[in-house]
Design a protein around this ligand. Structure first.
Ligand code: PMP
Length: 406
């Protein structure tokens, strides 16, 4: 197990030494976007300084270097998620793009009377594309309900399953609450009725190293910007047999085998789903981000983040009137809370003046907020480069905001 020294780690992140409103930055908005280590920034600078070129088609040296680096990144991602084949890794612009790619593909596979199941805990990006798909196909959307503590009601899930169920979409970890869903059981039960499962790994991937073969999941989607990589890049993992069944998402260059005005044939995987010039630098930098995190080790990261989570939960609970949402079972380092009927936005605004970044609002999960009958929450989300000292600063600031607002 790698020795973990948070002060050494923090030196890798230049942004962590900046000041905000005259105070040292305390960055607790990691569930929205994580920060970027120097190693990844260097990779980006190196790409644009030395070998920026379009990939796959060029015979010249720069194009070949860029192609090699991009395809090496794909293999790093394949190994990280333990996909069986590298062409099961499709580069996308992020989680949202990956989900829309699958939803659009399923439009040709679904018919009226088919059913799609999502969970009550979903991000809007995992609700809206399915609603659009249902409108197109006449399929019906069913929802796994949640309980007060944020756990999905698994017996009700089982009752929803039938031979009509064609797809099940659940987030691996809820972005609104940080709760880890029982995905292995969901996959097993869904497969028993022949349904495919897509897991939204956007919030899980920064904390949990998912093994797609062990999970036996059909699709897994992530965004690089939540795991120390740049924005605008992510991946869709899909089992080869499913990716072969889905039609291409977008037409264009890169995704064809032959084109005539009479008929076009499509390229093999993964290129069939990668029309146009991709985010080449982003893909390469995503690979560098995975190297960086794997160098520290996901077990080490998870253990340290759990320490932060426990410490912060304990400290926040000392504030009278503070309520934490999503307390069931296993969690990643996310705390979603409110204090009395103080608006979360007001707390967020006051603590920003003290240099502290948290997210406030519905976190793109309005159905979860409706469930609790609240407009939103304050969400503090920690990464492995955060410290207990920062949590102390944060808790004091929240107390100060509470005193000012009540
Ligand atoms: N799903 C979940 C669970 C998320 O947390 C997010 C990002 N907030 C998304 C999907 C969307 O990711 P992106 O904006 O990178 O496409």
């Amino acid at each position: 197990k790698a020795h973990f020294n948070v002060e050494t780690i923090r030196k890798d992140f230049p942004i962590l030494s900046r000041k905000v409103n005259g105070y040292p930055l305390v960055y607790f908005d990691n569930a929205a976007t994580s920060q970027t280590p120097q190693q990844v920034i260097d990779t980006i600078v190196d790409y644009y300084s030395r070998y920026n070129a379009n990939i796959h088609r060029g015979v010249h040296t720069l194009s070949q270097e860029a192609t090699d680096a991009y395809e090496e990144a794909r293999i790093k991602i394949q190994k990280h998620f333990n996909a069986e084949k590298s062409h099961e890794i499709i580069f996308t612009s992020g989680t949202t793009h990956a989900i829309n790619l699958v939803a659009s593909g399923f439009a040709s596979l679904l018919k009226k009377g088919d059913e799609i199941i999502v969970s009550a805990l979903e991000h809007h990006s995992n609700i809206v594309p399915w609603q659009m798909l249902c409108e197109k196909t006449g399929a019906q959307l069913k929802v796994i309900p949640m309980g007060e503590e944020g756990a999905l009601k698994m017996d009700e899930f089982e009752a929803l399953l039938s031979e009509r169920t064609k797809l099940v979409f659940v987030n691996h970890v809820s972005n609104a609450l940080g709760t880890v869903n029982p995905v292995k059981e969901i996959i097993k039960k869904a497969h028993e009725v022949g349904a495919a499962v897509l897991l939204d790994g956007a919030q899980a991937a920064p904390h949990i190293k998912a093994d797609v073969q062990e999970l036996d999941v059909d699709f897994y989607v992530v965004s690089a910007h939540k795991m120390c990589g740049p924005t605008g890049v992510g991946v869709l993992y899909g089992k080869e047999e499913w990716l072969n069944k889905l039609p291409p998402y977008q037409g264009g260059g890169e995704m064809i085998a032959t084109v005539t005005f009479e008929k076009t044939t499509y390229a093999d995987l993964p290129h069939k789903f990668e029309a146009g010039t991709p985010n080449i630098c982003g893909g390469i930098a995503f690979g560098a981000a995975l190297d960086y995190m794997n160098n520290i080790g996901f077990d080490t990261i998870a253990a340290y983040e759990q320490e932060l989570l426990e410490y912060a939960t304990e400290k926040l609970r000392e504030i009278e009137g503070l309520k934490i949402y999503g307390t069931s079972g296993e969690k990643t380092a996310v705390i979603s809370f409110n204090i009395g009927d103080i608006h979360p936005y007001d707390i967020g605004t006051i603590i920003d003046k003290l240099g502290i970044a948290v997210r406030t609002g519905h976190h793109c999960a309005q159905p979860v907020m409706d469930f609790y009958g609240i407009p939103g929450t304050v969400r503090a989300s920690f990464a492995f480069y955060n410290t207990k000292e920062e949590i102390d600063v944060f808790v004091k600031a929240v107390e100060r905001a509470k005193n000012m607002l009540s």
